[in-house]
Design a protein around this ligand. Structure first.
Ligand code: ZN
Length: 397
């Protein structure tokens, strides 16, 4: 169907690598470096949108790729879903994932590995920022139409674990074991002949467990269409969605206030108001006090990636680093009490917090030993819960 999407087999075989790795392997093999063991780490030089912290996602996929590619390596990584800065207390770049093994064996997997981490951490990070901005208001992921269909579940997974309340994709919902969320497309209203026949049809044909939420902006003023929908199905109307086009937005806040006033006059303040269409973090901050939820599309699906890089920091026991990187095998300590991260030499048995002097938790856990996954990987529910728990400590990212 889509000859320009790599198949899982092609990815496992390393065919989505950059060609320079294949050439490098050829040189190494011919020059007697085919057994050279290195320690390499993934770090990043910054967080997009002036972020302070990122959400580390994509690890499960990377570990499964390494496993399926049968790479004879050891892998340590920060747990999937950890919310953390990219530098430690003293400004050392934090390693998020490290690989210990013969370089030529895993070299070509740098490209797909980074692709998995960069994209998913990027979406997860902006999804969490949106979650924080929306406070307790409903957040729905509507952005899969902005990206190739093959990655729709990847986008929705990142939104879901970061705390979105719902996702619209049928396949993503199936994989996550949650109901898919959605309202009414404009096309239905256009074919049915307006808002009233549409909400009546929806109410007649769609299972009663699905909320009756009317899309109220197709042909007329939002206030008029909301009242039309209310007139058509009365008490069954649970909410309205305003997807007002840019050319008609005017003062959106006043439009919403008018709708709320009309609903109040009719004793229907219970009807929820959802916004969609070109929303950003700024729009959430602007409207969160007067609406009940947001459908976010492009802004989250097209999140800037976290630009992880992968660099050698030790060759055959000797510390080494290219310019701009920090040499040596590292462990990452974390003090929950002080919310401080600290990079230390990997071999050091105890890492002490520079602020309270207590022993820090070692954040790089061993996930793969000689090609085998040795830890049970978390489910999406586990990751969602893990992110939620960290939010008790981390209020903004
Ligand atoms: Zn401390």
């Amino acid at each position: 169907m889509n000859e320009w999407t790599a198949t899982p087999d092609e990815i496992r075989e390393g065919k989505t690598t950059d060609v320079y790795f294949l050439r490098a392997i050829q040189c190494l093999d011919n020059d007697g470096f085919d057994k050279t063991r290195v320690w390499a780490e993934a770090t990043t030089g910054g967080i997009p949108r002036e972020g302070k912290r990122l959400v580390f996602l994509g690890l499960n996929d990377v570990l499964n790729l390494f496993l399926e590619a049968k790479l004879p390596i050891d892998v340590y990584a920060i747990k999937e879903g950890t919310i953390l800065p990219f530098k430690d207390y003293y400004g050392v770049k934090i390693p998020f994932l490290t690989v210990d093994g013969v370089y030529r064996e895993f070299a070509k997997y740098e490209t797909p590995m980074l692709g998995l981490l960069c994209f998913q951490s990027g979406v997860g990070t902006s999804a969490l920022r949106l979650r924080i901005a929306a406070q307790e208001k409903t957040l729905l992921s509507f952005g899969i139409r902005r990206m190739p269909p093959a990655i729709a579940p990847t986008i929705d997974r990142a939104c879901y674990v970061a705390g979105f309340d719902g996702i619209s994709c049928v396949l993503s919902a199936e994989k996550l074991g949650i109901p898919a969320t959605g309202t009414i497309p404009h096309s239905l209203i256009m074919i049915e002949g307006g808002i009233q026949p549409t909400v009546v049809s929806f109410d007649t044909n769609i299972d009663s467990s699905v909320p009756r939420i009317a899309l109220a902006d197709t042909f007329n003023d939002e206030r008029v269409e909301v009242l039309d929908a209310l007139e058509a199905i009365g008490e069954k109307l649970e909410g309205v969605r305003l997807d007002t086009p840019g050319s008609r937005k005017g003062n959106m806040r006043e439009i919403i206030q008018e709708i709320k006033w009309e609903l109040k006059l009719r004793d229907r303040e219970d009807i929820k108001i959802f916004l969609s269409g070109g929303l950003t973090e700024t729009s959430i901050l602007e409207f969160r006090d007067i609406v009940d939820g947001f459908g976010i599309g492009t802004y989250v699906a097209n999140s800037p990636t976290i630009d992880f890089a992968f660099d050698i920091v030790n060759i055959e026991g000797e510390d080494i680093a290219k310019r701009g990187k920090f040499a040596g095998r590292k462990q990452v300590g974390y003090c929950k009490k002080c919310d401080i991260y600290l990079c230390e030499q990997f071999e050091q048995e105890h890492i002490l917090c520079p602020s309270c002097n207590n022993e820090m938790e070692k954040m790089l856990k061993k996930f793969i030993e000689n090609g085998q996954i040795i830890t049970k990987l978390p489910t999406e529910k586990d990751i969602q819960k893990y992110i939620q728990n960290q939010r008790n400590v981390v209020e903004e990212i």
